[in-house]
Design a protein around this ligand. Structure first.
Ligand code: B12
Ligand code: SF4
Length: 447
C-alpha cells in the first residue's frame, strides 16, 4: 500500500496553516508507526510545519497524528483527502480524548497507543474493512523492541545542518494527576518501563547523538533510572529530559545523570504560589526544595530549566514579577512560560466548563499562548499582556547574557555550553518577540 503519514501544523486566525522554515523535533509518533509498518508498504512522512502536503488520490491511507492545537488543521487536511476518495485515520492525544469529535472528520480514529494495533489496522485497510474506532485493550507493556524509523524522513528540516535532537522515551505515563495536565488522562496512572537494552538499541540506531528523553518524569522509578544512567555512560551521548523535585529524595541520580551525558533538565515548577500548586494538585512539588535542587543540578553541571504556568486562579496578575525574581534567585538556566490552558479531557477543562468560564473551543488557540478561559480577577486581555511582558523581561539581552554566563560557568565543556546556551536563548527570544511560544514546534515563521 501507499501510506502517507502527517504531523500537522496549527491554523492561524484566517484558518491558514502556520508554516515555518525549520522544525524543532522530528515526530516520534510517526517514526514509531513508520517502523511498525512492514517494508512491503511505501511510507511517506510529512511534517506540515515545514513541508508541503502532497495532496493526491494516490494513497491507500493517510494517517494523521494530532495534539489539540493541531486538530483543526488535521480536519482540514482530512477533508481534502476524503474529497479525493482517500481513507483518513487520525490518532494521538486529541483523538484519544475526543474520539467522537474526530470521527466527524475522519474515516477512522485511534484511541491511545498504536504499538499493538497498527498491524491489525493495516490489515483492515488492505482488505477494505477499515473500522471506525481502534483501541487497544490495554496499554502496550513496552517489552517489544520498536526502533523508530527515521531514515525515510527529511531530516534536513530539523536542528542545525540536518542533525536533529532525537526524541526517545524510556518510560511512559506519570503516577501523578495534576489537574491541568493531559498525560494521566491519556495514559491512565499506569507507569511503564522500556527495557534498558531496547533504549540502548534505539540509541545505536539514532541519526544523532543528542537526545531528548521525552518522558514526563524520567526519575519516577529510581532503581530503573540508576541502571539506565549507568548503561548510558559508555555511549557518550548528550541528552535533555524532564524531572520533578522528587529527584531530591535520590540525589545520587543527579550525579549519575550528569555522567550519562545529561546537560539540561526541565522541572515543572508551574507556580511558586503554594495555593496554586494545591488547587492544581501539584503540591507534591515543594517550593522550599527548588533552591537546593537547582544548586545540586548546577553543581553536577546540569542546566536546570523551569516550566511555569501563568494564570492560575490563586495567582494575582503581578505574580509573574515575583516569579521572575525567584527564577533569578535559584539561577534557572532557562524558563518557559505557558498560559494556563484547559486542555480537553483534563479536570481543569471540566471544572471551567461547569463554571461557564471556557471562552471558546477554537482548538488552534489551545497552544499555551492564548487565553481561552475567563481568568479570576482580571480580564483575558490583561492576562495575555502580562504573559508577553513576562517573556519580554525574561529574554531581555541583559538577562540572556547573565544566564549564558551562569550556564557556561557550570559546564565541563564550556565551548559547547556557550554555543548551546546562546542558540537556545536567542532562539527563544526571537520566538517570543514574534508572540510565539518558544516550543510552538517551528522556527522562522513564513508569513
Ligand atoms: C516531546 C513533547 C513536545 C516536543 C516535541 C513535539 C513533537 N513535535 O513531536 C515539543 C517541545 C516541541 C512540544 C511542543 C508542544 N507541546 Co508537547 N509534549 C511532548 C511530550 C513530553 C512527549 C510527546 C512524545 O513524543 N511522546 C511519545 C510519542 C511516541 O507518543 P505520542 O505522540 O502520544 O504517540 C503515540 C500514541 O499517541 C499513538 N499515536 C499518536 N499519533 C497517532 C496517529 C495514528 C494514526 C495512530 C494510529 C496512533 C497515533 O501512537 C503513538 C505510539 O504509541 C508530551 C507529553 C506526553 N507524555 O505525551 C507533551 C504534549 C504532547 N505537548 C503538549 C503541548 C500542549 C505542546 C504545545 C502546544 C506546547 C506549546 N507551548 O506550544 C507544543 C505543540 C508543538 C507542535 N505542534 O509540535 C501537550 C498536548 C496536550 C493536548 N491535549 O494536545 C502534552 C501532552 C503535554 C501535557 N502535559 O499536556 N512538545
Ligand atoms: S504535569 Fe507532570 S507531574 Fe503532573 S501529571 Fe502531568 S506529567 Fe505528571
Amino acid at each position: 500500500m501507499n501510506i502517507l503519514m502527517i504531523f500537522p501544523t496549527k491554523l492561524d486566525k484566517n484558518n491558514k496553516p502556520v508554516k515555518y522554515k525549520r522544525a524543532l523535533f522530528p515526530p516520534l509518533s510517526l517514526a514509531i508507526l513508520n517502523s511498525l509498518t512492514p517494508d512491503r508498504h511505501k511510507v511517506t512522512v510529512v511534517n506540515d510545519l515545514v513541508e508541503e502536503i502532497p495532496f493526491s488520490s494516490n494513497y491507500d491511507l493517510v494517517a494523521i497524528t494530532a495534539l489539540t492545537n493541531q486538530s483543526l488543521r488535521a480536519y482540514q487536511i482530512a477533508q481534502t483527502f476524503r474529497e479525493m476518495g482517500v481513507k483518513v485515520m487520525i490518532g494521538g492525544m486529541h483523538a484519544t480524548v475526543l474520539p467522537q469529535e474526530v470521527l466527524q472528520h475522519s474515516d477512522a480514529v485511534v484511541v491511545g497507543e498504536a504499538e499493538n494495533i497498527w498491524a491489525k489496522i493495516l490489515q483492515d485497510v488492505e482488505m477494505g474493512k477499515l473500522q471506525k474506532l481502534y483501541q487497544d485493550t490495554a496499554p502496550p507493556d513496552l517489552q517489544t523492541l520498536v526502533i523508530p524509523k527515521w531514515n525515510n524522513m527529511n531530516m534536513k528540516i530539523y536542528g542545525q545542518g540536518g542533525k536533529p535532537v532525537v526524541p526517545l522515551f524510556t518510560t511512559r505515563g506519570c503516577p501523578y494527576g495534576c489537574k491541568f495536565c493531559s498525560v494521566t488522562k491519556y495514559f491512565g496512572k499506569t507507569f511503564r518501563l522500556k527495557p534498558i537494552s531496547n533504549v540502548l538499541a534505539e540509541i545505536e540506531a539514532a541519526p544523532n547523538n543528542f537526545f531528548f528523553f521525552v518522558d514526563d518524569n524520567i526519575t519516577v522509578n529510581p532503581d530503573y533510572c540508576k541502571e539506565l544512567f549507568k548503561a548510558l555512560k559508555p555511549y557518550n551521548i548528550q541528552w535533555l529530559s524532564q524531572v520533578s523535585t522528587r529527584i531530591l529524595k535520590n540525589p545520587e541520580l543527579i550525579g549519575l545523570a550528569a555522567h550519562a551525558g545529561c546537560t539540561g533538565l526541565y522541572i515543572g515548577i508551574e507556580s511558586i504560589n503554594r495555593r496554586s500548586l494545591k488547587s492544581a494538585r501539584k503540591d507534591f512539588n515543594n517550593v522550599d526544595d527548588y533552591e537546593e535542587l537547582f544548586r545540586q543540578l548546577r553543581g553536577a553541571g546540569i542546566v536546570p530549566m523551569a516550566a511555569i504556568i501563568i494564570g492560575f486562579d490563586e495567582d494575582p496578575l503581578d505574580q509573574f514579577q515575583v516569579t521572575l525574581e525567584f527564577l533569578d534567585k535559584i539561577k534557572a538556566g532557562l524558563a518557559l512560560f505557558s498560559i494556563l490552558t484547559p486542555l480537553p479531557g483534563t479536570d481543569t477543562y471540566a471544572e471551567m466548563e461547569k463554571e461557564g468560564r471556557i471562552l471558546n473551543n477554537d482548538w488552534s488557540l489551545y497552544d499555551m499562548s492564548n487565553v481561552v478561559f475567563e481568568p479570576n480577577g482580571y480580564s483575558p486581555e490583561e492576562l495575555r499582556l502580562v504573559y508577553w511582558k513576562c517573556y519580554e523581561k525574561y529574554f531581555s539581552l541583559v538577562n540572556i547574557a547573565i544566564r549564558i554566563f551562569r550556564n557556561v560557568s557550570i559546564s565541563k565543556k564550556p565551548v559547547d555550553a556557550f554555543l548551546l546556551s546562546l542558540i537556545s536563548q536567542l532562539y527563544s527570544r526571537k520566538k517570543v518577540m514574534t508572540l510565539e511560544h518558544p516550543y510552538s514546534g517551528g522556527s522562522d515563521r513564513i508569513l
